[in-house]
Design a protein around this ligand. Structure first.
Ligand SMILES: Cc1cc2nc3c(=O)[nH]c(=O)nc-3n(C[C@H](O)[C@H](O)[C@H](O)COP(=O)(O)OP(=O)(O)OC[C@H]3O[C@@H](n4cnc5c(N)ncnc54)[C@H](O)[C@@H]3O)c2cc1C
Length: 171
């Protein structure tokens, strides 16, 4: 949502958000959706990108999309989306921004043996201190909670700073 609105403010002639489910299923805040519409963002709902089409110089020309329909609810409780056969179409485009959510970089666990992760791929840390399974390693913010807010990351940072201080004094 931020990317689309920023693109428009930076001078793009036309900006579309392509989203595979319907407006009801969008995880963005309601007011964000309303503001984006007010600003002129085009919502292409129940639409999924299939591939990006370019010209001979590798410039983006269009996004090939397919129409979707709503199916049964998935693990997130939101209705899943199912492709509608033979409904492919193209949206002309010269810039495509892939902004589809966030998850921690799995490389962090490769370089830190003994650092426990949960099923979502985030770091397991004590809520009060940020202490992880690895002695002397503290964590907080999105890397622990998954995508959340600045204020919760700052709160976790504050708690971890205190715990790190105590840890260092105890050494
Ligand atoms: C598009 C978008 C809009 C958002 N809007 C809002 C909003 O309106 N309000 C709100 O409260 N929150 C918003 N959020 C969420 C908010 O940005 C995050 O919750 C917050 O930034 C999390 O802070 P953090 O310190 O945990 O992680 P981050 O801010 O992601 O900081 C992690 C840092 O670690 C660095 N890093 C990663 N790997 C390594 C490495 N191996 N070595 C060294 N450094 C590394 C990264 O470069 C980054 O600087 C938004 C997020 C996005 C993506």
């Amino acid at each position: 949502m931020d990317t689309a609105r920023s693109a428009l403010r930076l001078g793009a002639d036309e900006v579309s958000i392509v989203y595979r489910r319907g407006e009801e299923e969008m995880s963005a805040r309601r007011e964000e959706i309303a503001h984006a519409k007010e600003e002129g963002i085009i919502f292409r709902l129940l639409t999924n990108p299939v591939r990006i089409l370019g010209d001979e110089k590798f410039n983006v020309k269009a996004v090939e999309c397919i129409k979707m329909k709503l199916g049964e609810p998935d693990k997130s409780g939101r209705r899943s989306s199912v492709p509608v056969e033979n409904s492919e179409f193209k949206i002309p485009a010269d810039v495509v921004v892939i902004a589809i959510g966030t998850s921690p970089n799995p490389i962090i666990f490769k370089g830190s043996e003994g650092l426990e992760q949960n099923q979502k791929g985030t770091i397991v840390a004590d809520e009060e201190t940020g202490a992880t399974s690895k002695c002397g390693v503290f964590a907080g913010g999105d890397g622990v909670t998954g995508a959340a807010t600045v204020i919760s990351a700052m709160g976790a940072g504050k708690k971890a700073a205190k715990a790190i201080g105590e840890y260092l004094k105890g050494k």
